[in-house]
Structure formats: structure tokens, C-alpha cells
Design a protein around this ligand. Sequence first.
Ligand code: PLP
Length: 377
Amino acid sequence: MKKIQMVDLKGQYEKIKEQVNTSVLEVIDTTSFINGPEVHAFQKELEDYLQVKHVIPCANGTDALQIAMMGLGLIPGDEVITADFTFAATVEVIALLQLTPVLVDVEPDTFNIDPNAIRRAITPKTKAIVPVHLFGQTANMDAIMEIAEEHDLFVIEDNAQAIGANFHSKGGAIRKTGAIGHVGSTSFFPSKNLGCYGDGGAIFTNDEALAHSIRGIVNHGMYERYHHDVVGVNSRLDSIQAAVLRAKLPNLDTYNKARQKAARKYSEALNDINGITVPYTENSDDTHVYHQYTIKIADGKRDALAQYLSKKDIPFGIYYPIPLHSQKAYKDERYNEADFPVTNQLVKEVISLPMHTELDEEQISYITGAIKDFFNQ
Ligand SMILES: *Cc1c(COP(=O)(O)O)cnc(C)c1O
């Protein structure tokens, strides 16, 4: 059996090696390292793939979120509602811009922001909602867009974990996550579903004026060379990373299907075990692209299982071990523990199993076999 890894970037690279090497060397040969033709071509190809009017590439997924918020003109004191159960980047940029983060609880089955909790958190100062499509699963965008419309709020989708996922709206329309709200962001961190070989990110929007504003912000607030109309940042996707992404984008659906297949195998094997809850999905399985395959372990057995997996040389992850509202940097008097029953429970129950495009059946059987042994001992 191949050694089991949490993420297998090397195995994936081997299959596209020739193409990646050729395009990367071409970039070096042309020395068009910044804003070269590769970046522009990737932007167009991603616009086509996502069916979104504007993609603005940038340096990483955290910048993408920050720049999206700057582009919307949010100002200090504006309240931005986001999920208590997510990676810290989401809340970090809100705080960094001196906006007021308002963390709310998530749903126990999808782990995504709970629309009812959003409603309860709205005040006259609320300006935006940031849903995160966590672990690759689409958040409830119908409910979120409805709330946003009712209260005149912006929706910024943090799509760092779900690129390629399809949201099926109640009306029957199918849309790519990240292209549904007013603006969306993603990360091309190497282990993400569409990862480059360094840092990278992008912002998406269908709003022409917002796209224009953001294109200036990523480039020092310049709309005309050496005319700085707004305070901007320096956030660029470099041409070498764009070349890697161009080689990988045509494979994204295949990559996501490989993740979905691995997830089905896991769930088939683990579904019957008492004490395990496998990931919930909507009827259609393209609503989840399994950035992580995350299960819940009942009865306080999560940490013992984690230890057992370590002994068997099976890697795992605990995403996330501490609710954001309990983190030193983000504590706030406005929060009550009673407002976060789900997150407080999830941090004790979740465990993520190895998930990547190269997992084979033998590895999955070994992992699920070990988990069964743990529950039978
Ligand atoms: C990875 C990630 C980010 C940040 O992306 P970087 O490219 O690492 O800056 C933001 N939000 C979520 C939910 C993520 O998973």
C-alpha cells in the first residue's frame, strides 16, 4: 500500500508534470513574471468556468477577502456577520479593517452558517454577511441572499474551500459557489481543491463597478499609472502560479469527482458504525467537493480515536479545535456561550480523514478498517 498522506500533491503533480514544467519554463523564458499573459489567460478561463463576469486574481485567499471588503466600501464600525466555525482568515480581515466581526453559530449537519443565527444577529449597524462554504459544502445561499435582500446587506462568499461546487437553488438554477453573492473570494493555497505551487487567490464578481474598484485596490489604488485614487494594497498572482493553475483548471472537475468518490467509499464503510456521523449532503452530490472529509465522533471518543489513528500511521486533522469566539484575538463581550451550542459541540466531535485526489481503495479500506477496529475493541 502507498503511504497514506493527508494530502498528496506529489502524486497529482506526476500526472501533469510535463505540461506544468513546459508552461512554467516558458514563463521563465519570457521573463514576464508579473501580470504576464498567463495571468490574463487564467483570469478569462476561470471566468468561463465559474460563469462569472469578473475574476480579479490576487496574492492569496486572505487578501482576496480583505480586498473584497475594501471594494465594498465598508467602514470602521460596520458590523460583518460570519461563522464561528471556520478558518481564522475570515474573521481576521474583518478585524484588520476595523470592521466589527459578529460571529454566529453554524448548522450541526452541514457545519455552515445558520441563517436563523444570522437573523438574530442583525442590528442597524450590520452591513455584510460572509458565508463560508466550509469543507467544500455549499452554504444555504437561498436563505442568505433572502436575508441580505430584506436588510440591504452585502454577501461576500468565502469560497476558499469549495471551488467547483454547485449550489442548487430552490428555483432550480444551478450556480457555482463564489459567483452567487455580491462578491466571492478563493484561495489557491497548494492543498485547496484548485491549488497552485505557492500562494495565490482570486476575487469574483458580476458587478462591473465593483470589479473596476477592486482592480485598482489590488494595485496600490491606481486606476491610471501613478495616480493613487484610493488606499490600495499590493496583491498579485504571479505568472508562474498562473501557469500552474492553467494546467490544473481543466482537471478541476475530475479532481473534485475523485474527492467525491473517495468520500462515498468512506461513507459507505463508516455509515453503519454507532457513534459516527458521516458528512451530510443534499440529494445531489455535486453540492459538496470535499475539501475535507469530516466526520463527527460521539460520546467523547474523538481524541481516543485520533490517538488510535496515530498509532496506525493514519494522518488526520482537527478542523477546528477552538471556536473563533473563544480565541484570544476575537473574544468580545457581546458573545454568550449559549449562543454557540453547535460550534461548542463540533470542536469536540469533528475529525477530518485523509482527503485528496490520489486516494485509492486500498488506502480507504485500511483507514475505515482501523476505525471499525477502534469501535469494536
Ligand atoms: C485557506 C482559507 C483562507 C485563506 O486562504 P490563504 O490563501 O491561505 O490566505 C480563507 N478562508 C478559508 C475558509 C480558508 O480555508
